[in-house]
Design a protein around this ligand. Structure first.
Ligand SMILES: NC(=O)c1ccc[n+]([C@@H]2O[C@H](COP(=O)([O-])OP(=O)(O)OC[C@H]3O[C@@H](n4cnc5c(N)ncnc54)[C@H](OP(=O)(O)O)[C@@H]3O)[C@@H](O)[C@H]2O)c1
Length: 334
């Protein structure tokens, strides 16, 4: 992270800033005195966030209401920024959403919009703002990937693929632009407490603790200070993301598919902040799951969920599946 004095002279553009992780990034930069450009399609919510940040931090906040899943969205955004007369020092490509279900049954239009927003817009917006940063010899780009980016995620094939793109695209740019003074970071949250699951259409909720948006932002800022190419938010997410990398990719995908389809795998979930208490619940992809505390929990398939937080064979522990909601029992990855 740049020094506070430096940030007070900076302009941060955050996409998906009207809620969740994007709103938390916007607030964190406002708290450090940066001027903001907040971007999302829904104008009323965007205005609400902007008014709050102006009131709380006294910073200059601009809003651009634009649908970045539209082909013309990124160019419309760049034009709006140029019309305001701002140079962007910090770009947070955060807007994104997921869908779930057997691929042939998901909406082709929704999947297309998902690729347009999660992949095409991220790439295009980076193309629009990076050259100025390179010319100035400084800048920051944070792209929101996901723990889903570390493996194939059956029943969330498009989402997992889109986040893998963001992860690898970002790491490549990190390597290319270090010597130009531009910091590039992929932030990979696991299940985080936002509106993501409502958009996903998940029926799941239950068990362990979701990470907070503030924790995700704090992880990103720490990683920027350390000059990392990517960061996985949360120790448990770090362990599970890396554990799956030790196995053959096909095997991981097969296990994930099986878990999500048949509920034949299980997992342990932490139920308190420090992960010292564990809840054991049984996977039941489309029904409800029973957990070790005796309650029944609704479940659903796929999500920004991860394969196998501690997914182990049925006989050893039991668990359920989730939709990116860490409390849900799952086997996908955020
Ligand atoms: N929450 C998690 O568990 C989790 C885990 C890993 C990664 N992520 C990633 O984190 C990022 C932020 O998600 P979140 O969890 O904060 O979800 P969220 O609360 O649903 O926020 C999504 C944001 O993206 C905006 N957005 C949606 N469609 C858009 C479009 N077509 N054009 C421009 N902006 C659009 C939304 O604006 P409106 O409100 O106006 O629709 C909203 O501001 C996403 O990339 C997501 O994939 C989330």
């Amino acid at each position: 992270m740049a020094a506070k004095a430096e940030l007070q002279m900076s302009t941060a553009l955050v996409t998906g800033a009207s809620s969740g992780i994007g709103a938390a990034f916007a607030e964190a930069y406002a708290a450090r005195g940066a001027r903001l450009v907040l971007v999302a399609p829904g104008e009323p919510r965007l205005r609400e966030v902007a008014d709050r940040l102006r009131g709380d931090y006294g910073v200059d906040v601009h809003t651009v209401a634009v649908d970045l899943a539209e082909e013309s969205g990124p160019d419309t955004l760049a034009k709006a920024v140029a019309d305001i007369g701002l140079d962007i020092d910090i770009l947070v490509n955060n807007a994104g959403f997921g869908s779930r279900g057997p691929y042939h049954e998901t909406s082709a239009d929704r999947d297309h919009r998902q690729v347009m927003l999660n992949v095409v817009a991220v790439e295009r917006i980076t193309h629009l703002f990076l050259p100025t940063m390179v010319a100035r010899g400084g800048g920051t780009i944070i792209n929101t990937s996901s723990t889903s980016g570390f493996q194939a995620v059956p029943y969330m094939a498009v989402y997992g693929g889109s986040k893998a793109f963001v992860l690898h695209f970002t790491i490549a740019l990190w390597a290319e632009y270090r010597r130009h003074g531009v910091r590039v970071l992929a932030v990979c949250p696991g299940p985080t407490d936002t509106g993501f699951f409502a958009v996903l259409g998940s029926r799941m909720s239950a068990g362990g603790r979701l990470r907070t948006t503030d924790e995700v932002v704090a992880s990103a800022f720490r990683a920027l200070e350390r000059g990392q190419a990517y960061v996985i938010d949360g120790r448990l997410n770090y362990l599970t993301s890396n554990a799956s990398r030790l196995l053959p990719r096909g095997l991981v995908a097969q296990i994930t598919e099986r878990v999500l389809r048949r509920g034949s795998m299980v997992m342990l979930q932490p139920t308190n902040r420090r992960g010292r208490r564990w809840n054991v619940a049984r996977l039941s992809p489309f029904g409800s799951s029973a957990s070790s505390d005796g309650s029944r929990r609704p479940t659903g398939v796929g999500s920004d969920a991860a394969l196998g937080r501690f997914v182990v064979p049925d006989q050893q522990v039991r668990s359920g599946q989730q939709t990116g909601d860490a409390r849900a029992v799952e086997s996908g990855r955020q």
